[in-house]
Design a binder for this molecule. Structure first.
Ligand SMILES: Nc1nc2c(ncn2[C@@H]2O[C@H](COP(=O)(O)OP(=O)(O)O)[C@@H](O)[C@H]2O)c(=O)[nH]1
Ligand SMILES: [Mg+2]
Length: 242
């Protein structure tokens, strides 16, 4: 039973070496990095770190597509569990063993930065918090899940459960597709508290979604499309509409 860690990478040369070293401290198994057209030397950092399976793309395709490609690699390799973790120091590698160990009977154990536990409580930029609250509430209305953080990229998945998903959203809204599909497929999901770390408040999204109103519209459109797609193609019905 081999477990792997998937790391999406886009221009993170400043933090990547330290994060890779810390991930290695807590995880001796396979690492899959998706280097998505980085132009800042991140590629060379990955090349020089021993034992990483690197998926390399000449042009940037987006965060969602990076995770989707990491999942495909994990399925091909026959891994048991995978964890996705960012490499910008917003996720705490010391929690990797707790995530692999804590998934138990669940299909997905999702990090939540909003389950109070005193681990790390930086304030997120206000517009990020508001959008997270609005989208998380919409997901809970649709699915009946009671999640508290719809966007956390630090998650543990059973690879077997990934095989039923058909994720195709290349951008930052991919996790929203995931929640709808998880419910439609009857996956068991839970959350684990993770620290809330916001050291760099100037980080941007790019791709035209730095404007909060545009970003919320993009997320809600993806959510709506996904609910339609799954309520038409499966026996699943949303509990309430968005
Ligand atoms: N492969 C890939 N990784 C990305 C892309 N955009 C962001 N990432 C990585 O995904 C992680 C989260 O990205 P970030 O922009 O910090 O998202 P946020 O924390 O949700 O605001 C980081 O490790 C980034 O390097 C992308 O287009 N492709
Ligand atoms: Mg980040």
């Amino acid at each position: 039973m081999v477990n792997a860690v998937i790391i999406p990478v886009y221009n993170e040369a400043a933090t990547l070496p330290g994060v890779l070293a810390r991930i290695r401290e807590y995880h001796a198994g396979p690492l899959i990095a998706v280097d998505d057209g980085s132009t800042d030397g991140s590629g060379a950092i990955l090349d020089n770190f021993p034992g990483i399976d690197i998926i390399r793309r000449p042009v940037n395709l987006g965060y969602g597509q990076a995770i989707i490609d990491g999942f495909k690699r994990a399925v091909e390799k026959g891994y048991n569990l995978v964890i996705t973790i960012d490499c910008d120091e917003q996720h705490e590698p010391a929690l990797i063993p707790a995530m692999f160990g804590g998934i138990g009977q669940l299909d997905t154990l999702s990090g939540s930065r909003y389950l109070a536990d005193g681990l790390g409580q930086d304030q997120p930029p206000e517009n990020r918090r508001k959008i997270n609250v609005a989208v998380t509430a919409a997901i809970n209305r649709i699915t009946g899940y009671q999640i508290t953080d719809s966007f956390c990229g630090f998650k543990c998945y059973k690879v077997e459960a990934l095989k039923g998903l058909s994720l195709d959203e290349p951008g930052y809204a991919m996790p929203l597709q995931f929640w709808v599909q998880a419910r439609a497929l009857g996956l068991k999901v839970g959350e684990i508290p993770v620290p809330r770390i916001y050291k760099n408040l100037d980080r941007t999204f790019g791709g035209g979604i730095d404007d909060p109103a545009k970003r919320l519209e993009y997320y809600m459109n993806v959510l709506e499309k996904e609910v339609k797609r799954w309520s038409m193609s499966s026996s699943w019905e949303p509990i309430r509409t968005i």
